[in-house]
Ligand binder design. Structure first.
Ligand code: MV4
Length: 446
C-alpha cells in the first residue's frame, strides 16, 4: 500500500480524500494556490505545498508544479478528486511516465470516454442500450437529414468533445436542420477546439439516472445501484438521491447487471458512473464519467462502502473482495449541494463566514471545508459543502433533511439552503415526481 498520497484538489473533496487516507494509515500531501492558504484542506493535511497563484490554470491545473510537489514530498500516488485534472488522460499518462500512480482509470479508458462518439459506440458494443442516433460524426447536411428522418424529429446535435450540456442544438423541423448543424459545429469548435458533432433522438421529459460502478481492471465489477440527478439548473446538479424514486428493484437489477457485466468485459479500473436518460420505462446511455463524482456520498450511505478507499485499494492493484451478491442497497439518501450563492438569482456570494453551525445527529453527514471566520475566495466554484441525509426510507430521509436544513446556520454569505427549504414544500418533490426540466420550470414560475 502507498505510504503517501498527494491530493490534487481543494475544498470539501480534498478533505474527503484526506479522511479516507487517514483511516488507511496513509500520509497526505495537500497542494494549494495562494488564495487557499487558510483553507481547511491545507490545515488538516500532513504536509502542504503552494503550487501557484489563484487562477486554477496556474495552480490546480498546473501539471509541472504538481509533479514537482510529488517529487519534493515523495508522494507515490495522486488522487485528483473531481473536476480539475480528474478526467485529463494526458495527466494520467504523464504520472505513469513518472512512476507515480494516478488514482483512477487508465489514460486509455479516460481518453475513450472523453470522446462521446467513441464512448457510445464502445458501450453499445458492450451491450448497454444507447439513445438512437447517428453511427458516428455528422459532417454534411445530407447525412444529417437522412439520420433525422430515420430516428424521427425532434433530434439533438451534440459535440463529440462535449458533455455537461455545452454546445447542444435541438432541431424540431427539417427546415432548421442545416442552420442548427452549422451553429453546433461552430459552438463546439469554439468551446472545445473540436467541431465534431453527432446526432441523437431528443428525449422530451426524461430523468437523469446514473449507475455507480466499481471495477478492478481484472474483470471484477459490481454496480452500486443508481442515483437520480434530475434536479439540475443550467447543467449543475442541485439535489441527488439514491435510490431513484422512479425505479423498481427489477429494473435496477436488470440495468445494473448489464452495466456491471459491460464494465467487467471492458476491464475498467476504478470507480465510474454510467449516465442514462430514463423515459417511459426505458434506459438510454448518454455518457460515462471516469471520476469520483460530487454526489458519491449518497451511494456510500446506502451501501456502507467507502468509495475513496475502494479507489485507493484498486489503484494499488487489489482485486474486488466482494461480488454483486455481497452488495446490499439499504434505505434512502439525499444530498443537497450548499453553494455560496443567492438562492434566487444564483449569483455567487463569496466572502467571510461570520457564523457556521452545521446540523448533526443520526443519519446526517456534512462534507465541507469551511469554518467560522473562513473567507471564501472568489476564484473557484461556489460549492462550499454538501448536506447528506440518510433514512430507512425516503419519507424518513425527507423529514430528516427538513430538520437538518432548519438547524443549519451559515451567516455572512448567502447560500442555497433556503432553496432546499422551499423545495421540501413542493408536493412533486415530496412524491419524487420530477424530470430534468422540473427545477428550471419551478424557478421560472416563482
Ligand atoms: C439529452 C437530452 C435529451 N435527449 N440527450 C445535457 C447534458 C448532457 N450530459 C446530456 N444532456 C442532455 N442530453 C438526448 N438525446 C437532454 C439533456 C439535458 C439534460 C440531461 C440531464 C440532466 C439535465 C439536462 C438538462 C437539459 C438537457
Amino acid at each position: 500500500m502507498f505510504d503517501k498520497i498527494l491530493i490534487a484538489n481543494r475544498g470539501e473533496i480534498a478533505l474527503r480524500v484526506q479522511r479516507a487516507c487517514r483511516e488507511m494509515g496513509i500520509a497526505t500531501v495537500a497542494i494549494h494556490s495562494t488564495a487557499d492558504e487558510d483553507a481547511m484542506h491545507v490545515r488538516l493535511a500532513d504536509e502542504s505545498v503552494c503550487i501557484g497563484p489563484p487562477r486554477a490554470t496556474e495552480s490546480y491545473l498546473n501539471v509541472p508544479s504538481i509533479l514537482a510537489a510529488c517529487e519534493i514530498t515523495g508522494a507515490e500516488a495522486v488522487h485528483p478528486g473531481y473536476g480539475f485534472l480528474s478526467e485529463n488522460a494526458s495527466f494520467a499518462e504523464i504520472l505513469r511516465e513518472h512512476d507515480i500512480t494516478f488514482i483512477g482509470p487508465t489514460p486509455e479508458h479516460i481518453q475513450l470516454m472523453g470522446d462521446k462518439i467513441a464512448a457510445k459506440q464502445t458501450v453499445s458494443d458492450l451491450g448497454i442500450p444507447v439513445v438512437p442516433g447517428s453511427e458516428g460524426a455528422i459532417t454534411d447536411d445530407a447525412t444529417a437529414e437522412r439520420v433525422a428522418n430515420e430516428i424521427g424529429y425532434p433530434v439533438l446535435i451534440k459535440a463529440a468533445s462535449g458533455g455537461g450540456g455545452r454546445g447542444m442544438q435541438v432541431v424540431r423541423h427539417k427546415n432548421e436542420l442545416s442552420t442548427a448543424l452549422s451553429t453546433a459545429r461552430a459552438e463546439a469548435g469554439a468551446a472545445f477546439g473540436d467541431d465534431v458533432v453527432y446526432m441523437e433522438k431528443f428525449l422530451d421529459k426524461p430523468r437523469h439516472i446514473e449507475i455507480q460502478i466499481v471495477a478492478d481492471g481484472k474483470g471484477g465489477a459490481v454496480h452500486l445501484g443508481e442515483r437520480d440527478c434530475s434536479l439540475q439548473r443550467r447543467h449543475q446538479k442541485v439535489w441527488e438521491e439514491a435510490l431513484s424514486p422512479a425505479l423498481n428493484q427489477e429494473q435496477r437489477d436488470r440495468v445494473g447487471g448489464i452495466v456491471a457485466n459491460a464494465m467487467a468485459d471492458f476491464k475498467y479500473l476504478g470507480v465510474g458512473t454510467i449516465e442514462f436518460l430514463y423515459e417511459n420505462g426505458e434506459f438510454f446511455f448518454i455518457e460515462m464519467n471516469t471520476r469520483l463524482q460530487v454526489e458519491h456520498p449518497v451511494t456510500e450511505m446506502i451501501t456502507g462502502l467507502d468509495l475513496v478507499q475502494e479507489q485507493i485499494r484498486i489503484a494499488d492493484g487489489a482485486t474486488l473482495n466482494y461480488t454483486q451478491d455481497d452488495i446490499s442497497l439499504q434505505g434512502h439518501a439525499i444530498e443537497c449541494r450548499i453553494n455560496a450563492e443567492n438562492p434566487n438569482t444564483f449569483a455567487p456570494s463569496p466572502g467571510r463566514i461570520e457564523a457556521y453551525h452545521p446540523p448533526g445527529g443520526l443519519g446526517v453527514r456534512i462534507d465541507s471545508g469551511v469554518y467560522t471566520g473562513y473567507r471564501i475566495p472568489p476564484n473557484y466554484d461556489s460549492l462550499i459543502g454538501k448536506l447528506i441525509v440518510f433514512g430507512k426510507h425516503r419519507n424518513e430521509c425527507l423529514m430528516r433533511l427538513k430538520r437538518s436544513l432548519d438547524e443549519f446556520v451559515i451567516e455572512g454569505i448567502e447560500t442555497t439552503i433556503p432553496l432546499f427549504q422551499r423545495l421540501l414544500g413542493e408536493p412533486d418533490i415530496m412524491n419524487g415526481d420530477y424530470d430534468i426540466h422540473w427545477l428550471e420550470e419551478f424557478l421560472s414560475e416563482s
